[in-house]
Design a protein. Structure first.
Length: 222
C-alpha cells in the first residue's frame, strides 16, 4: 500500500483527492495539511511515501516546504509531487529545483493521478517531457552564464556522463538513451547513478533542471 499525504489550503481539493484515492486499491491517504508549516511537520511525523504539495499556501509556501523536506536526510524516503493549476508556472520550476520529484495538474483525471503517485513512489521522477521542457524553457535564460557551482559540477563529469545528462534533459528514457549510445541499459543506469551522486540530486527531475541550467540542452531542441 502506498502511503500518501496531501498538503493544500483548499479543503475541497483535499477532500476531492482523498475521495478519488478511495478507488485506488493500492493507495491510501494517511494525513492532510492546510499550510506549508503543517506539511513539513506532517512529513516528519507520518513519513508518507508521496506527499502531494500545493505551491501557494499560507505560513510557508510549497516551495520552501519542499526544500525543507528534501534537504532533511531523515526524510529521504518522502517524495514530493507538486500540485499546480498551470503547467507553465515558474513556481513549479522552483519546486523542481527544491527537490520535488515532479508535478501534476489539479485537473488531471483520476487514473493520471494514480499513475503519478505510483511512479513517484517507485522512486522515479514524474516528467512529461513536453510539458517539463516547455516549463523549464519558459524560465531558464539560456544566455545567462551558468552559476559557478554548475560549471564546476559539469567539469567533474566525464564526457559520457555529460552526454547522458544531456539526453536525460531532453526527456529520453533509459531505454532510449541506451539505444542512442549503443550501450546496455545497465550501463546507462550506472552513468545516471554517478551523475546523481556527483550532483547530489535526488532524482531525474533535478537532472533535467541541471541539464538546462548548465546549457547542455537548449530551447527548441527535440
Amino acid at each position: 500500500m502506498i502511503r500518501t499525504a496531501i498538503a493544500d489550503d483548499q479543503p475541497l481539493v483535499r477532500a476531492g483527492l482523498r475521495s478519488i484515492f478511495e478507488h485506488a486499491g493500492d493507495i491510501t491517504v494517511v494525513a492532510e495539511a492546510g499550510d506549508g508549516v503543517a506539511a513539513v511537520e506532517m512529513a516528519r511525523t507520518e513519513r508518507p511515501d508521496v506527499l502531494l504539495m500545493d505551491i501557494r499556501m499560507p505560513l510557508l509556501d510549497g516551495i520552501e516546504a519542499t526544500r525543507r523536506i528534501t534537504s532533511d536526510a531523515d526524510l529521504a524516503g518522502v517524495r514530493v509531487l507538486v500540485l499546480t493549476t498551470f503547467d507553465l508556472d515558474e513556481y513549479v520550476y522552483a519546486a523542481l529545483r527544491a527537490g520535488a520529484s515532479g508535478f501534476l495538474l489539479k485537473d488531471a483525471p483520476p487514473e493520471r493521478v494514480f499513475d503519478a503517485v505510483r511512479v513517484v513512489a517507485a522512486g522515479d521522477a514524474l516528467l512529461a517531457p513536453t510539458a517539463t521542457r516547455r516549463l523549464i524553457e519558459s524560465v531558464v535564460d539560456q544566455h545567462r552564464p551558468s552559476p559557478p557551482q554548475i560549471t564546476r559540477l559539469l567539469a567533474s563529469l566525464t564526457d559520457r556522463e555529460r552526454e547522458v545528462l544531456a539526453l536525460v534533459g531532453r526527456g529520453l528514457s533509459n531505454a532510449e538513451i541506451s539505444a542512442r549510445l549503443v550501450v546496455s541499459e545497465a550501463t546507462t543506469k550506472t552513468h545516471i547513478s554517478r551523475v546523481l551522486a556527483k550532483s547530489h540530486a535526488r532524482d531525474r527531475a533535478q537532472l533535467v533542471v541541471l541539464a538546462y541550467e548548465g546549457g547542455l540542452v537548449h530551447p527548441g531542441l527535440s
